[in-house]
Ligand binder design. Structure first.
Ligand code: GTR
Length: 443
Protein backbone atom coordinates (compact mmCIF):
# COMPACT_ATOMS: atom_id res chain seq x y z
CA UNK A 1 0.00 0.00 0.00
CA UNK A 2 2.76 2.36 1.00
CA UNK A 3 4.68 1.47 -2.16
CA UNK A 4 1.63 2.20 -4.38
CA UNK A 5 1.18 5.61 -2.78
CA UNK A 6 4.83 6.46 -3.53
CA UNK A 7 4.33 5.44 -7.14
CA UNK A 8 1.31 7.73 -7.48
CA UNK A 9 3.30 10.62 -6.11
CA UNK A 10 5.95 10.47 -8.76
CA UNK A 11 5.63 9.81 -12.48
CA UNK A 12 8.64 9.97 -14.82
CA UNK A 13 6.90 12.33 -17.27
CA UNK A 14 6.54 14.98 -14.60
CA UNK A 15 10.16 15.94 -15.25
CA UNK A 16 9.76 16.75 -19.00
CA UNK A 17 6.38 18.35 -18.29
CA UNK A 18 7.93 20.49 -15.59
CA UNK A 19 10.77 21.46 -17.91
CA UNK A 20 8.35 22.38 -20.69
CA UNK A 21 6.36 24.47 -18.21
CA UNK A 22 9.51 26.23 -17.08
CA UNK A 23 10.58 26.93 -20.66
CA UNK A 24 7.12 28.32 -21.47
CA UNK A 25 7.28 30.61 -18.44
CA UNK A 26 10.75 31.79 -19.48
CA UNK A 27 9.65 32.42 -23.10
CA UNK A 28 6.54 34.23 -21.85
CA UNK A 29 8.69 36.35 -19.55
CA UNK A 30 11.12 37.16 -22.37
CA UNK A 31 8.28 38.12 -24.74
CA UNK A 32 6.66 40.27 -22.06
CA UNK A 33 10.02 41.96 -21.46
CA UNK A 34 10.61 42.56 -25.19
CA UNK A 35 7.06 43.78 -25.62
CA UNK A 36 7.55 46.28 -22.82
CA UNK A 37 10.41 47.72 -24.90
CA UNK A 38 8.88 47.61 -28.40
CA UNK A 39 5.48 47.12 -30.05
CA UNK A 40 4.96 43.78 -31.84
CA UNK A 41 5.24 45.48 -35.21
CA UNK A 42 8.76 46.65 -34.38
CA UNK A 43 9.73 43.36 -32.77
CA UNK A 44 8.77 41.53 -35.92
CA UNK A 45 10.92 43.94 -37.92
CA UNK A 46 13.88 42.93 -35.75
CA UNK A 47 13.75 39.45 -37.30
CA UNK A 48 15.37 41.02 -40.37
CA UNK A 49 18.61 41.21 -38.35
CA UNK A 50 18.53 37.41 -38.26
CA UNK A 51 17.62 37.24 -41.95
CA UNK A 52 14.28 35.62 -41.20
CA UNK A 53 12.17 36.03 -44.31
CA UNK A 54 8.66 37.32 -43.57
CA UNK A 55 5.59 36.43 -45.59
CA UNK A 56 3.92 39.22 -47.60
CA UNK A 57 1.20 39.45 -44.95
CA UNK A 58 3.71 39.81 -42.14
CA UNK A 59 5.64 42.40 -44.14
CA UNK A 60 2.45 44.35 -44.68
CA UNK A 61 1.79 44.21 -40.93
CA UNK A 62 5.30 45.52 -40.19
CA UNK A 63 5.39 48.31 -42.76
CA UNK A 64 1.77 49.18 -43.50
CA UNK A 65 -0.90 51.08 -41.64
CA UNK A 66 -0.95 54.69 -40.63
CA UNK A 67 2.12 56.42 -39.28
CA UNK A 68 1.80 59.43 -37.04
CA UNK A 69 3.65 62.33 -38.66
CA UNK A 70 1.39 65.01 -37.18
CA UNK A 71 4.31 66.65 -35.36
CA UNK A 72 6.94 66.19 -38.09
CA UNK A 73 9.04 69.38 -38.28
CA UNK A 74 9.41 71.00 -41.67
CA UNK A 75 12.75 72.20 -43.09
CA UNK A 76 11.20 75.44 -44.34
CA UNK A 77 8.54 76.27 -41.76
CA UNK A 78 9.82 77.36 -38.37
CA UNK A 79 8.05 76.60 -35.11
CA UNK A 80 6.57 80.11 -34.96
CA UNK A 81 5.08 79.65 -38.43
CA UNK A 82 7.69 81.70 -40.32
CA UNK A 83 8.22 80.26 -43.78
CA UNK A 84 11.74 80.25 -45.23
CA UNK A 85 11.46 81.96 -48.59
CA UNK A 86 14.98 82.08 -50.01
CA UNK A 87 18.29 80.30 -49.87
CA UNK A 88 19.91 83.00 -47.76
CA UNK A 89 17.34 82.45 -45.03
CA UNK A 90 17.78 78.72 -45.43
CA UNK A 91 21.51 79.04 -44.73
CA UNK A 92 20.61 80.38 -41.27
CA UNK A 93 17.96 77.67 -40.85
CA UNK A 94 20.59 75.09 -41.77
CA UNK A 95 22.86 76.33 -38.97
CA UNK A 96 19.93 76.12 -36.58
CA UNK A 97 19.16 72.56 -37.71
CA UNK A 98 22.77 71.50 -37.12
CA UNK A 99 22.72 73.04 -33.64
CA UNK A 100 19.48 71.24 -32.79
CA UNK A 101 21.00 67.93 -33.85
CA UNK A 102 24.11 68.60 -31.75
CA UNK A 103 21.96 69.40 -28.75
CA UNK A 104 19.41 66.60 -29.06
CA UNK A 105 20.91 63.72 -31.04
CA UNK A 106 24.61 63.46 -31.83
CA UNK A 107 26.29 65.80 -29.34
CA UNK A 108 28.68 68.63 -30.21
CA UNK A 109 31.08 68.23 -33.12
CA UNK A 110 34.48 69.88 -32.45
CA UNK A 111 35.07 72.63 -35.02
CA UNK A 112 38.21 74.25 -33.63
CA UNK A 113 40.93 73.69 -31.08
CA UNK A 114 42.60 70.86 -32.99
CA UNK A 115 45.05 70.39 -35.83
CA UNK A 116 45.12 67.74 -38.52
CA UNK A 117 48.33 66.52 -40.17
CA UNK A 118 49.06 63.84 -42.73
CA UNK A 119 51.87 61.53 -43.67
CA UNK A 120 51.86 59.28 -46.72
CA UNK A 121 53.23 56.05 -45.26
CA UNK A 122 53.09 53.87 -48.33
CA UNK A 123 52.43 54.21 -52.03
CA UNK A 124 52.49 51.77 -54.91
CA UNK A 125 50.86 50.54 -58.08
CA UNK A 126 47.91 48.23 -57.58
CA UNK A 127 45.27 46.31 -59.53
CA UNK A 128 47.73 45.37 -62.29
CA UNK A 129 48.71 48.98 -62.84
CA UNK A 130 45.14 50.31 -63.07
CA UNK A 131 45.41 52.06 -59.70
CA UNK A 132 47.74 53.81 -57.34
CA UNK A 133 47.41 52.77 -53.71
CA UNK A 134 48.24 55.29 -51.01
CA UNK A 135 48.13 54.74 -47.24
CA UNK A 136 48.05 57.85 -45.16
CA UNK A 137 48.40 58.46 -41.46
CA UNK A 138 45.91 61.12 -40.42
CA UNK A 139 46.84 62.62 -37.05
CA UNK A 140 44.57 64.84 -35.00
CA UNK A 141 46.21 66.82 -32.20
CA UNK A 142 44.97 69.00 -29.37
CA UNK A 143 46.79 70.20 -26.29
CA UNK A 144 45.77 66.89 -24.71
CA UNK A 145 47.66 64.75 -27.21
CA UNK A 146 47.45 63.10 -30.63
CA UNK A 147 45.25 60.38 -32.06
CA UNK A 148 45.77 58.80 -35.45
CA UNK A 149 43.89 56.90 -38.12
CA UNK A 150 45.00 55.04 -41.22
CA UNK A 151 43.42 55.94 -44.53
CA UNK A 152 43.54 53.55 -47.47
CA UNK A 153 43.16 55.28 -50.85
CA UNK A 154 43.03 53.83 -54.36
CA UNK A 155 43.27 56.29 -57.24
CA UNK A 156 42.74 55.54 -60.92
CA UNK A 157 46.20 55.52 -62.51
CA UNK A 158 45.12 57.89 -65.28
CA UNK A 159 47.00 61.09 -64.49
CA UNK A 160 43.91 63.22 -63.89
CA UNK A 161 42.43 64.37 -60.56
CA UNK A 162 39.68 61.89 -59.74
CA UNK A 163 36.33 62.16 -58.05
CA UNK A 164 36.43 60.16 -54.84
CA UNK A 165 34.10 58.17 -52.63
CA UNK A 166 35.10 58.12 -48.97
CA UNK A 167 33.58 55.84 -46.35
CA UNK A 168 34.40 54.38 -42.97
CA UNK A 169 34.64 50.61 -42.64
CA UNK A 170 33.96 48.39 -39.65
CA UNK A 171 36.06 45.37 -40.61
CA UNK A 172 39.51 46.89 -41.08
CA UNK A 173 41.09 48.43 -44.19
CA UNK A 174 42.67 45.08 -45.04
CA UNK A 175 39.18 43.58 -45.56
CA UNK A 176 38.36 46.13 -48.29
CA UNK A 177 40.49 44.50 -51.00
CA UNK A 178 42.60 41.40 -51.43
CA UNK A 179 45.92 43.29 -51.54
CA UNK A 180 48.63 42.10 -49.19
CA UNK A 181 50.16 45.59 -49.05
CA UNK A 182 47.21 46.95 -47.10
CA UNK A 183 48.23 47.81 -43.56
CA UNK A 184 46.09 46.76 -40.60
CA UNK A 185 44.49 49.81 -38.92
CA UNK A 186 46.04 51.15 -35.70
CA UNK A 187 43.23 50.25 -33.35
CA UNK A 188 42.25 46.99 -35.04
CA UNK A 189 42.15 44.17 -32.50
CA UNK A 190 44.40 41.48 -33.99
CA UNK A 191 44.06 39.15 -30.99
CA UNK A 192 42.75 35.90 -32.36
CA UNK A 193 42.21 37.46 -35.80
CA UNK A 194 43.33 35.63 -38.92
CA UNK A 195 44.47 38.67 -40.90
CA UNK A 196 45.40 36.64 -43.97
CA UNK A 197 41.90 35.22 -44.10
CA UNK A 198 40.31 38.62 -43.49
CA UNK A 199 42.14 40.23 -46.41
CA UNK A 200 39.59 41.13 -49.06
CA UNK A 201 36.73 39.51 -47.13
CA UNK A 202 34.61 42.69 -47.51
CA UNK A 203 35.77 43.57 -51.04
CA UNK A 204 32.17 43.33 -52.29
CA UNK A 205 31.26 46.15 -49.93
CA UNK A 206 33.91 48.54 -51.28
CA UNK A 207 33.75 47.86 -55.00
CA UNK A 208 37.29 49.20 -55.49
CA UNK A 209 38.20 47.34 -58.67
CA UNK A 210 35.06 48.41 -60.52
CA UNK A 211 35.14 51.99 -59.20
CA UNK A 212 38.72 52.41 -60.38
CA UNK A 213 37.77 51.05 -63.83
CA UNK A 214 35.02 53.67 -63.95
CA UNK A 215 37.36 56.53 -63.02
CA UNK A 216 36.53 56.92 -59.32
CA UNK A 217 38.97 56.91 -56.42
CA UNK A 218 37.87 55.08 -53.28
CA UNK A 219 39.08 55.89 -49.77
CA UNK A 220 38.29 54.13 -46.53
CA UNK A 221 39.25 54.36 -42.87
CA UNK A 222 38.51 51.92 -40.05
CA UNK A 223 35.87 53.53 -37.81
CA UNK A 224 37.58 52.14 -34.70
CA UNK A 225 40.64 54.30 -35.39
CA UNK A 226 38.44 57.26 -34.44
CA UNK A 227 36.16 55.57 -31.92
CA UNK A 228 36.05 51.86 -31.07
CA UNK A 229 32.44 50.77 -31.16
CA UNK A 230 31.71 49.77 -27.59
CA UNK A 231 30.92 50.90 -24.05
CA UNK A 232 33.63 53.16 -22.73
CA UNK A 233 36.17 52.13 -25.39
CA UNK A 234 34.72 54.76 -27.73
CA UNK A 235 36.44 57.36 -25.55
CA UNK A 236 39.93 55.95 -26.01
CA UNK A 237 40.95 57.56 -29.29
CA UNK A 238 39.98 60.88 -30.86
CA UNK A 239 37.31 61.53 -28.20
CA UNK A 240 40.01 61.52 -25.52
CA UNK A 241 41.53 64.66 -27.07
CA UNK A 242 38.51 66.77 -26.14
CA UNK A 243 36.94 67.65 -22.80
CA UNK A 244 33.45 67.49 -24.28
CA UNK A 245 31.48 64.78 -22.40
CA UNK A 246 28.82 64.57 -25.10
CA UNK A 247 31.23 63.90 -27.96
CA UNK A 248 30.07 60.34 -28.67
CA UNK A 249 30.82 57.59 -31.18
CA UNK A 250 28.63 58.69 -34.13
CA UNK A 251 30.01 62.21 -33.65
CA UNK A 252 33.58 60.88 -33.58
CA UNK A 253 32.99 58.90 -36.77
CA UNK A 254 31.54 61.94 -38.53
CA UNK A 255 34.48 64.00 -37.26
CA UNK A 256 36.78 61.29 -38.64
CA UNK A 257 35.15 61.45 -42.06
CA UNK A 258 35.69 65.20 -42.07
CA UNK A 259 39.39 64.70 -41.27
CA UNK A 260 39.48 62.27 -44.18
CA UNK A 261 38.06 65.06 -46.34
CA UNK A 262 40.82 67.38 -45.02
CA UNK A 263 43.35 65.00 -46.54
CA UNK A 264 41.51 64.30 -49.79
CA UNK A 265 40.93 67.98 -50.50
CA UNK A 266 44.71 68.47 -50.33
CA UNK A 267 45.76 65.46 -52.45
CA UNK A 268 46.62 66.53 -56.02
CA UNK A 269 45.28 63.22 -57.31
CA UNK A 270 41.79 64.10 -56.10
CA UNK A 271 39.25 66.38 -57.74
CA UNK A 272 38.30 68.24 -54.55
CA UNK A 273 35.08 69.55 -56.08
CA UNK A 274 33.83 65.97 -56.33
CA UNK A 275 34.14 64.33 -52.94
CA UNK A 276 31.32 61.92 -52.07
CA UNK A 277 30.86 60.31 -48.68
CA UNK A 278 29.19 56.92 -48.27
CA UNK A 279 28.30 54.94 -45.16
CA UNK A 280 26.49 51.74 -44.39
CA UNK A 281 24.20 51.37 -41.40
CA UNK A 282 25.71 52.86 -38.21
CA UNK A 283 28.44 54.35 -40.38
CA UNK A 284 25.68 55.63 -42.67
CA UNK A 285 24.35 57.63 -39.72
CA UNK A 286 27.84 59.13 -39.40
CA UNK A 287 27.99 59.81 -43.15
CA UNK A 288 24.73 61.75 -43.06
CA UNK A 289 25.82 63.70 -39.98
CA UNK A 290 29.21 64.53 -41.58
CA UNK A 291 27.57 65.37 -44.90
CA UNK A 292 25.10 67.74 -43.29
CA UNK A 293 27.94 69.58 -41.53
CA UNK A 294 30.69 69.67 -44.11
CA UNK A 295 29.91 71.55 -47.32
CA UNK A 296 33.11 70.30 -48.95
CA UNK A 297 31.27 67.01 -49.32
CA UNK A 298 29.53 67.28 -52.69
CA UNK A 299 27.40 64.17 -52.39
CA UNK A 300 26.14 62.12 -49.46
CA UNK A 301 25.21 58.46 -49.85
CA UNK A 302 23.23 56.86 -47.06
CA UNK A 303 23.22 53.07 -47.38
CA UNK A 304 20.66 51.45 -45.03
CA UNK A 305 21.40 54.06 -42.35
CA UNK A 306 18.05 53.46 -40.65
CA UNK A 307 17.03 55.00 -37.35
CA UNK A 308 19.02 58.16 -36.52
CA UNK A 309 20.25 58.08 -40.12
CA UNK A 310 17.89 58.71 -43.04
CA UNK A 311 14.76 57.07 -41.58
CA UNK A 312 12.25 59.19 -39.71
CA UNK A 313 12.00 58.62 -35.96
CA UNK A 314 8.36 59.62 -35.94
CA UNK A 315 6.09 56.95 -37.33
CA UNK A 316 7.93 54.58 -35.04
CA UNK A 317 8.70 51.56 -37.19
CA UNK A 318 11.59 49.13 -37.09
CA UNK A 319 14.29 50.39 -34.72
CA UNK A 320 13.09 53.20 -32.46
CA UNK A 321 14.74 56.06 -30.59
CA UNK A 322 14.05 54.08 -27.44
CA UNK A 323 15.64 50.83 -28.59
CA UNK A 324 18.67 52.44 -30.25
CA UNK A 325 19.51 54.37 -27.09
CA UNK A 326 19.08 51.24 -24.96
CA UNK A 327 21.33 49.17 -27.21
CA UNK A 328 23.93 51.79 -28.14
CA UNK A 329 24.09 54.50 -25.46
CA UNK A 330 27.65 55.36 -26.56
CA UNK A 331 26.52 56.47 -30.03
CA UNK A 332 24.51 59.56 -29.11
CA UNK A 333 24.37 62.44 -26.64
CA UNK A 334 22.62 61.58 -23.39
CA UNK A 335 19.67 63.90 -24.02
CA UNK A 336 18.61 61.79 -27.01
CA UNK A 337 17.50 58.98 -24.68
CA UNK A 338 14.92 61.34 -23.15
CA UNK A 339 12.98 61.07 -26.41
CA UNK A 340 12.71 57.28 -26.29
CA UNK A 341 8.99 56.42 -26.60
CA UNK A 342 8.53 60.16 -26.92
CA UNK A 343 9.58 60.91 -30.52
CA UNK A 344 6.87 63.48 -31.06
CA UNK A 345 8.62 65.75 -28.57
CA UNK A 346 11.90 65.73 -30.51
CA UNK A 347 12.53 69.22 -31.88
CA UNK A 348 14.03 67.59 -34.97
CA UNK A 349 13.52 64.57 -37.16
CA UNK A 350 15.88 63.03 -39.69
CA UNK A 351 14.24 64.83 -42.65
CA UNK A 352 15.76 68.05 -41.32
CA UNK A 353 19.22 66.51 -41.38
CA UNK A 354 18.71 65.36 -44.97
CA UNK A 355 17.49 68.87 -45.82
CA UNK A 356 20.70 70.33 -44.35
CA UNK A 357 22.60 68.60 -47.18
CA UNK A 358 20.85 70.80 -49.79
CA UNK A 359 21.78 71.95 -52.36
CA UNK A 360 24.45 69.25 -52.51
CA UNK A 361 23.53 65.81 -53.83
CA UNK A 362 21.79 63.31 -51.60
CA UNK A 363 21.37 59.62 -52.36
CA UNK A 364 19.36 57.44 -49.98
CA UNK A 365 19.38 53.67 -50.45
CA UNK A 366 17.48 50.97 -48.61
CA UNK A 367 17.21 47.20 -48.85
CA UNK A 368 13.81 45.57 -49.21
CA UNK A 369 14.16 43.02 -46.42
CA UNK A 370 15.97 45.39 -44.06
CA UNK A 371 12.83 46.11 -42.06
CA UNK A 372 14.76 47.05 -38.91
CA UNK A 373 16.15 50.07 -40.81
CA UNK A 374 12.61 50.91 -41.99
CA UNK A 375 13.01 51.52 -45.75
CA UNK A 376 9.61 53.20 -45.98
CA UNK A 377 10.67 55.58 -43.19
CA UNK A 378 13.79 56.50 -45.18
CA UNK A 379 11.67 57.23 -48.24
CA UNK A 380 9.34 59.35 -46.11
CA UNK A 381 12.38 61.17 -44.72
CA UNK A 382 13.56 62.02 -48.22
CA UNK A 383 10.09 63.17 -49.26
CA UNK A 384 9.92 65.41 -46.18
CA UNK A 385 13.35 66.92 -46.94
CA UNK A 386 12.98 67.73 -50.60
CA UNK A 387 11.44 71.20 -50.24
CA UNK A 388 14.90 72.42 -49.16
CA UNK A 389 16.40 71.22 -52.46
CA UNK A 390 13.51 72.72 -54.43
CA UNK A 391 14.19 76.07 -52.75
CA UNK A 392 17.51 76.12 -54.64
CA UNK A 393 15.63 75.73 -57.90
CA UNK A 394 16.64 72.10 -58.25
CA UNK A 395 14.32 69.44 -59.62
CA UNK A 396 13.25 66.99 -56.90
CA UNK A 397 11.67 63.53 -56.96
CA UNK A 398 7.89 63.54 -57.45
CA UNK A 399 5.63 63.24 -54.42
CA UNK A 400 4.70 59.69 -53.59
CA UNK A 401 3.54 58.00 -50.43
CA UNK A 402 4.97 54.72 -51.63
CA UNK A 403 8.66 54.12 -52.18
CA UNK A 404 9.51 52.82 -55.68
CA UNK A 405 9.51 49.04 -56.27
CA UNK A 406 12.68 47.08 -55.55
CA UNK A 407 15.65 47.58 -57.90
CA UNK A 408 13.98 50.48 -59.69
CA UNK A 409 15.95 53.60 -58.80
CA UNK A 410 14.47 57.07 -58.94
CA UNK A 411 16.95 59.81 -59.80
CA UNK A 412 16.98 63.52 -60.47
CA UNK A 413 19.50 66.34 -60.38
CA UNK A 414 19.37 66.82 -56.60
CA UNK A 415 18.60 63.38 -55.17
CA UNK A 416 18.44 59.65 -55.80
CA UNK A 417 16.70 56.75 -54.10
CA UNK A 418 16.62 53.04 -54.57
CA UNK A 419 15.49 50.03 -52.62
CA UNK A 420 17.62 47.01 -53.48
CA UNK A 421 16.09 43.57 -53.11
CA UNK A 422 17.77 41.66 -50.30
CA UNK A 423 19.13 42.20 -46.82
CA UNK A 424 20.94 44.84 -44.80
CA UNK A 425 24.28 45.27 -46.56
CA UNK A 426 26.14 47.34 -49.16
CA UNK A 427 26.53 45.31 -52.29
CA UNK A 428 27.67 45.48 -55.92
CA UNK A 429 24.07 46.28 -56.97
CA UNK A 430 24.05 49.35 -54.68
CA UNK A 431 27.38 50.52 -56.12
CA UNK A 432 26.16 50.05 -59.65
CA UNK A 433 23.35 52.51 -58.89
CA UNK A 434 25.64 54.94 -57.02
CA UNK A 435 28.25 55.08 -59.75
CA UNK A 436 25.72 55.38 -62.56
CA UNK A 437 23.99 58.16 -60.67
CA UNK A 438 27.32 59.91 -60.14
CA UNK A 439 28.29 59.54 -63.83
CA UNK A 440 25.10 61.30 -64.72
CA UNK A 441 24.53 63.92 -62.04
CA UNK A 442 27.69 64.43 -59.98
CA UNK A 443 30.42 64.85 -62.55
C1 GTR B 1 22.01 47.40 -35.63
C2 GTR B 1 21.51 48.73 -35.17
C3 GTR B 1 21.28 49.60 -36.36
C4 GTR B 1 22.43 49.57 -37.34
C5 GTR B 1 23.07 48.21 -37.46
C6 GTR B 1 24.43 48.18 -38.15
O1 GTR B 1 22.16 46.50 -34.61
O2 GTR B 1 20.34 48.54 -34.44
O3 GTR B 1 21.00 50.92 -35.95
O4 GTR B 1 23.36 50.53 -37.04
O5 GTR B 1 23.24 47.59 -36.24
O6 GTR B 1 25.27 49.05 -37.97
O7 GTR B 1 24.66 47.21 -38.89
Amino acid sequence: MKEMKAKRRFRWYWIPLGLIGLILILIGGLLAFLRSMLPWQNLLAATSNMKIQLSDGQREYVTGGKRDYSTLPSPLTLEDGTVIADTKQFEARREQILELFEENVYGPLPKSGFETSFEVLEEGEALDGAAIRRQIRIAVSTEKGTSDALMLLYLPNNGVPSPVILGLNSSGNHAALDDENIMVPYSYDTDGADIQKERGSKAYRWNIRDSIARGYAVATIYSGDFAPDSGDAYRTRVVSLFDEEEFKAVGAWAFGLMRGVDYLAADAGIDAAHIAVVGHSRLGKAAVWAGANDTRIGMVISNDSGNSGASLSRGNRGETVYSINKAFPHWFCSKYADYGKNENELPVDQNLLLAAIAPRLLYVASARDDLWADPQGAWNGLMAAKEAFALYGLPVLPDSEEQPPADTPLWCESMGYHVRSGWHDMEAADWEFYLSYMDRYFL
